[in-house]
Design a protein around this ligand. Structure first.
Ligand code: ATP
Ligand code: MG
Length: 266
């Protein structure tokens, strides 16, 4: 099972759109896929037309309730969901009360390994114990980044943090999201290839109202706007992510923080 997390320290960058649209495509192409909505806002849960769970934010995190019993099928074949709970607003504290919180999520998802090809976490914004635990459970972070100064700064904060404290095996795969090339700032930042120690994926997700329509249609874009520019962009992104994950370390984009942050000439 490959474990990916749609993650950004910054809010509102397209994490949930990424998790929902890529998970749909993963399942569409035949992979058994699970989305775990970790955000008390429950946006991914909403997009999949499910109610949030009531309470129950603690028992399964503490390992006292099987995750299996919480997983539901979505309207789409091969695609399951572990719904958000508003109780996840206290997830950080719940995790702090467990033994070895950093290893908690890795341990929790271990029994799912045989059941799924992909697990995609939809993470809330911010950086706390929950994020740290997700870093240790994941193979890669998918980091949608709006081409603005503050978004790129958040990515730099993340990569600097991971360089010092992150698990070595974690890949960081940033890509530009909500790109509007009519804006000169977007154009400048996209062309500048920013980011300390990471390289952006080539695929960019354009700014498009069909993504906002997901809230009305309550479905992934590929379901109601097939062959739109955003549908093609998410398909290209999913292809690129899989190529990146399969690539040998030496040819990888995204992470290789150690290698890329060596002093020039070293
Ligand atoms: N490519 C896009 N084009 C236009 N609007 C977009 C795009 N991607 C996301 N949006 C819109 O931007 C808003 C934020 O997107 P989304 O919820 O995916 O971000 P998020 O990072 O998950 O936010 P949060 O940090 O609150 O969880 C939503 O209203 C969504 O519809
Ligand atoms: Mg979200």
């Amino acid at each position: 099972m490959r474990v990916l997390a749609a993650y950004n320290i910054k809010g509102g960058t397209g994490k949930t759109a990424t998790a929902v649209n890529l998970a749909y495509l993963s399942a569409y192409y035949g992979a058994r896929t699970l989305v775990w909505d970790l955000d008390p806002q429950g946006a991914a849960t909403f997009y999949f037309r499910m109610p949030e769970r009531r309470g129950g934010g603690k028992r399964h995190i503490r390992g006292k309730q099987d995750l299996d019993s919480l997983i539901r099928g979505t309207d789409f074949e091969m695609l399951d969901l572990l719904r958000a709970s508003f109780a996840y607003r206290n997830l950080d504290q719940t995790l702090a009360e467990t033994r070895k919180p950093l290893e908690r999520f890795a341990k929790l998802i271990r029994p799912l390994t045989k059941d799924y090809d992909y697990l995609i976490f939809d993470c809330p914004p911010g950086i706390n114990l929950v994020s740290e635990s997700i870093f240790f459970a994941s193979e890669a972070l998918l980091v949608p980044t709006i081409p603005t100064t503050l978004s790129v700064r958040c990515l730099d904060l993340l990569t600097e943090h991971l360089e010092r404290n992150g698990p070595q095996s974690l890949r960081v795969l940033p890509f530009f999201s909500m790109v509007d090339l009519r804006k000169s700032l977007h154009k400048t930042i996209c062309n500048a290839a920013p980011g300390k120690g990471v390289r952006f994926l080539k695929t960019r997700i354009p700014y498009a109202s069909v993504v906002e329509q997901m809230g009305v249609r309550r479905a992934p874009v590929s379901v109601f706007a097939a062959r739109s520019a955003v549908d093609y962009a998410y398909r290209a992104l999913w292809d690129e992510i899989q190529i990146e994950l399969d690539a040998p370390a030496a040819t990888r984009a995204g992470q290789d923080l150690q290698r890329q942050t060596q002093a020039p000439g070293s």
